[in-house]
Design a protein around this ligand. Structure first.
Ligand code: KG4
Ligand code: ZN
Length: 336
């Protein structure tokens, strides 16, 4: 069978990325221009700054992706791009570039849902992974438990009703005066702390649901910090980080385990930036092992935003005959 080469562009948040992937699973190049240092001084992503940086970078990032892959633009089978969810200005930069590029080459355009991209990162990392499986998508903007029934066929079983898991990590890290992005910082600092030092409320509901709520937990951490300051009690940053992380990880683990039991599935693929979290990986792996289930996760570079995962998701759309119209618009609130 002829090889399928897809170039993908990702610009939904603060990474300008381009990648060439062969047959959906083989990464030929994966170029990521991160804006983290630009946004760090503001403690979070500034949408206007993100859009400007994407404009500056998108052209050379795409150039570099083709060069590193050793692929001529004319040899591509399609041009893929994230069209949502994300920051509208940021999405539009990648989308307009991809449309222009695809049109000038006379190649099909494939718009990709960023969340589907995160799940597809697992197809790159685990060459034998095929649906069905359960995916836990945990990123800065999303928290979903998804039954992946087939490529492109998803059933959302649980989601956050307020903050995303990564957002909670970032906000708590900020309150602890840790750097942006806060997730990796909390992960690092928590290793030095006692996860049982402070009892924070669990981030779930008492109803029969797989949904999450992280804003109450975040407020509990902020209240704890304020009251400790008022009372003159010394705050142990590692203990707060470890106790907070335990509260997040335990609810994510419980709900995913409940899902695989209910759906009788034996594979869990974690995805998104928070899938890099050491404690989450350990907790899920241990809990799943008891049920004879397997936990898969992508390497760190494929967990956080990148374009290889977008190219992989686009490949499965391409082979099923789907392509987007040139009128495709950015959808900041797109969901699964
Ligand atoms: O997937 P991603 O790069 O971007 C979005 O689509 O949102 O995820 C970024 C999120 C941030 O909130 C970051 O703090 C979090 O992933 N993150 C982590 C870790 N590494 C990144 N959270 C917890 N532990 C980590 N090791
Ligand atoms: Zn993402």
């Amino acid at each position: 069978m002829k090889d399928i080469l897809i170039l993908a562009i990702e610009s939904s948040c603060d990474e300008t990325a381009a990648s060439v992937v062969r047959n959906g699973r083989e990464v030929l190049s994966n170029i990521i221009s991160s804006q983290i240092m630009e946004h760090r001084k503001f403690g979070g992503v500034v949408p206007e700054v993100a859009s400007r940086k994407h404009v500056e970078n998108v052209s050379w990032v795409v150039d570099e992706a083709l060069k590193e892959a050793g692929v001529k633009a004319s040899d591509l089978d399609a041009v893929a791009v994230t069209y949502g969810p994300g920051l509208v200005g940021a999405l539009l930069v990648g989308l307009q570039f991809a449309k222009g590029f695809a049109f000038s080459l006379g190649k099909p355009l494939i718009g990709v849902n960023h969340i589907e991209g995160h799940i597809a990162a697992n197809y790159i990392e685990h060459k034998d992974l095929v649906p069905p499986f359960v995916s836990l998508v945990v990123s800065g903007g999303h928290t979903f438990i998804v039954h992946v029934k087939d490529y492109g066929d998803f059933e959302v079983l649980g989601e956050t009703r307020d903050d995303a898991a990564g957002e909670a990590f970032d906000k708590v890290a900020r309150a602890l005066s840790l750097n942006y992005p806060g997730g990796p910082e909390i992960d690092r600092v928590a290793k030095l702390g006692n996860p049982d030092a402070i009892r924070f409320p669990k981030a779930n509901f008492h109803e029969n649901t797989l949904d999450f709520s992280f804003s109450g937990l975040k407020s509990a951490v902020l209240n704890y910090l304020n009251s400790a300051k008022q009372k003159g009690i010394e705050i142990s940053v590692p203990d707060v980080a470890a106790s907070f992380q335990k509260a997040v990880v335990s609810v994510l683990t419980e709900n995913v385990i409940a899902t695989i039991k209910d759906r009788k599935l034996d594979k869990i693929a974690i995805a998104g930036g928070v899938a890099s979290n050491t404690s989450l990986r350990e907790s899920l792996t241990q809990a799943a092992e008891k049920l004879g289930a397997k936990v898969l996760f992508p390497s760190t570079i494929l967990c956080t935003d990148n374009a290889a995962m977008i190219a992989s998701a686009a490949y499965f759309e391409h082979i099923s005959g789907k392509e987007s119209l040139m009128s495709l618009n950015a959808k900041p609130g797109l969901t699964l």
